[in-house]
Design a protein around this ligand. Structure first.
Ligand code: THU
Length: 139
């Protein structure tokens, strides 16, 4: 797994918690925050944003990475997902695919909750044999 320092993890957890506090989830009441470390050492964050047309909901992880892209960063070395669930929240399938787009296979994905319980994976563990930009090269 890529080397992320303890102080960077702490900063990511704080940022993800901040994102969590901003979640717009009136339908599920399932609040999620996310924060990602860019390869330039910056932190971006996001939250889930739901919609009365439920299918238009966008998860915290995807909003977080989009926030990074909007601020000019397209490479990330870690992403943290924060919820207040006893059972730690792993990224959904759609988010795994978007994570693969912007994080290396050995990059860190970490779930954390209000008890500071933590679970971590590499990107490759969450989505092995992923379809990536490289698969488009033979077009
Ligand atoms: N959600 C996320 O934000 N990230 C995930 O990885 C799992 C699900 C959100 C979407 C929806 O607003 C709520 O959690 C319940 O599915």
């Amino acid at each position: 797994m890529s080397n992320i320092k303890d102080n960077e993890i702490s900063a990511l957890v704080e940022a993800a918690k901040d994102g969590f506090a901003k979640a717009y989830a009136p339908y599920s009441n399932f609040h999620v925050g996310a924060a990602a470390l860019t390869t330039n050492g910056n932190i971006v964050k996001g939250c889930n944003v739901e919609n009365a047309s439920y299918g238009l909901t966008v998860c915290a992880e995807r909003n977080c990475l989009a926030q990074g892209v909007i601020s000019g960063e397209q490479a990330f070395s870690a992403i943290v997902i924060y919820t207040n669930q006893e059972k730690l929240t792993p990224p959904c399938g759609a988010c795994r695919q978007v994570i693969v787009e912007f994080l290396a296979p050995d990059a860190l994905v970490m779930a954390v909750n209000h008890n500071n319980d933590k679970k971590q994976w590499t990107v490759n563990q969450l989505l092995p044999d992923a379809f990536t930009p490289k698969d488009l090269l033979e077009l």
